[in-house]
Design a protein around this ligand. Sequence first.
Ligand code: AHG
Ligand code: MN
Ligand code: MN
Length: 313
Amino acid sequence: MTNLSTFLNSLKIDSRSSLLLNNVLAPAFIKIRSTIESSKGGFSDTQNSSGEKQLKLDVATNNVLVDFLEKSQLVHSLASEELDEVLKCNERGDFAVAFDPLDGSSLVDANMAVGTIFGVYSTGNNPENFTFIGQKGRNQVLSGIVVYGPKTTMLLAFPGHGVHLFELVLNNSSAEFVHVNGPISIAQDAKYFAPGNARACADRPEYLEVINDWINRGLTLRYSGGMVPDIAHIFVKGSGVLTYPSYSAAPNGKLRLLFECNPISLLIEEAGGVSADGNIAVLDLKINEIHQRTPIFCGSKNAVNEVCNKLRR
Ligand code: AHG
Ligand code: MN
Ligand code: MN
């Protein structure tokens, strides 16, 4: 079994990225997992910038990541779905990190799988000038998702080295991620579909038509309502499509570009899949606001093209 640290050495990625993943992010995810397991539930008295009521667990898991990233000294700034503003850390830090600490948090009380999503940007030679605004997802130097389900698993995208799957192995008092599979590729045809925001069918009948078409062609429905496990399903099974279109009540959809769609789109593209907002690659969208939303259609190339073509008409 190759552990994360040995795997990162074999990949020959730069030592700073390796430190960030192995010494900062991986331990934070292990802490988030135990924070979820010991949580008692309930809402906090606050809401996030997207106007959603925050669960105590949204706040607690956010604090874990903020704490680990701030202390690392590797991070210049961070942006979180649960924070209104960008948090400045070390002005000479090499990285800027954007994350959703607990995606799908409303599923925790039903004991369904949830996850963390993160994307890492390099601050380059002029860290003093770095800002998330004006960046594109294509500038990410790393991204990943962590699934907290029956097991804890992690998918990481290393531009140029593909997507790799890791699993958390617990041994008495130790916990470490080990490499399970990779580089992983996503087939061009989808065998599975995950149709988010089915409410959009009411005023976008074309969306219902695409879903019906996938049903008639024998694709299998796999939709948990948690984007992280739904995306992990595509990687583990080797094909699939996940959609979250806009509709009248949510003209830009629900999912956030910086915290959710960019990291996931890097994973998808690195595995040979496609991720689009309906018109262009999500990774080519310019970040104008930290909490900006975008529709997303991602996964197996042919299915993504089908749904985008259908909804464009
Ligand atoms: P959040 O970070 O606010 O928990 O968002 C969860 C997302 C995503 O996981 C899922 O695909 C989507 O919300 C489902 O949204 P609705 O069912 O609310 O439309
Ligand atoms: Mn989320
Ligand atoms: Mn969240």
